[in-house]
Design a protein. Structure first.
Length: 185
């Protein structure tokens, strides 16, 4: 199954492609973006970091149907990549995202998270969505709470900024459908 384009009222979500490497490289290599990402992200970010991520990790996982990655683009500027959102078929780690700081605080990631969560449940038919996050990442916790998720566990995990207290947030498919008013689905 190929990864489809998705859309929200203000965003276009396009499947990642190798051609996105320069835009990701330019936007991503900032401490305020990477500090709460998993410690598998290299830091300082290498000059070929985005190319290596796309070529060696994201695109092969997408081709194998294990991961789904989208670039975030404003509808009014579809050529401008402002972030990435991903779904992964991994235990306790099903969604991750980043958005450049100058586009934060506008509710755009909430829109993107809603769109990919719908894809997770409606298209992929997954039974639950689990999202880990650094406890200090309050903005990410707010996005999960607005999406109907609840914190179900705490633990320590490795992030680019070091080992930190972490939270696991979850929503089940039944909860997602009930929240949408589609309990029969």
């Amino acid at each position: 199954m190929s990864v489809p384009d998705l859309a929200t009222p203000r965003l276009l979500l396009r499947p990642l492609a190798l051609a996105d490497a320069p835009a990701i490289q330019h936007a991503f290599a900032r401490w305020e973006i990477v500090r709460f990402l998993a410690d598998r992200v290299p830091w300082p970010y290498p000059e070929d970091g985005a190319l290596a991520f796309l070529r060696d990790a994201a695109l092969p996982a997408m081709a194998q149907g294990r991961e789904w990655h989208w670039s975030l683009r404003p509808r009014q500027e579809p050529g401008r990549l402002i972030g990435v959102i991903s779904l992964m078929d991994d235990p306790d780690n099903n969604r991750g995202f980043w958005i450049v700081p100058e586009w934060q605080g506008r509710g755009l990631m909430t829109e993107a998270a809603e769109a990919v969560t719908a894809y997770w449940f409606d298209v992929l038919g997954k039974p639950r969505l689990r999202v880990p996050k650094a406890a200090a990442n309050i903005a990410s916790s707010r996005i999960s709470a607005r999406g109907g998720m609840r914190m179900v566990a705490t633990e320590e995990r490795g992030y680019v900024s070091g080992r930190l207290p972490s939270e696991i947030w979850e929503i089940t498919r039944a909860e997602w459908l009930a929240r949408r008013g589609d309990a029969a689905g």
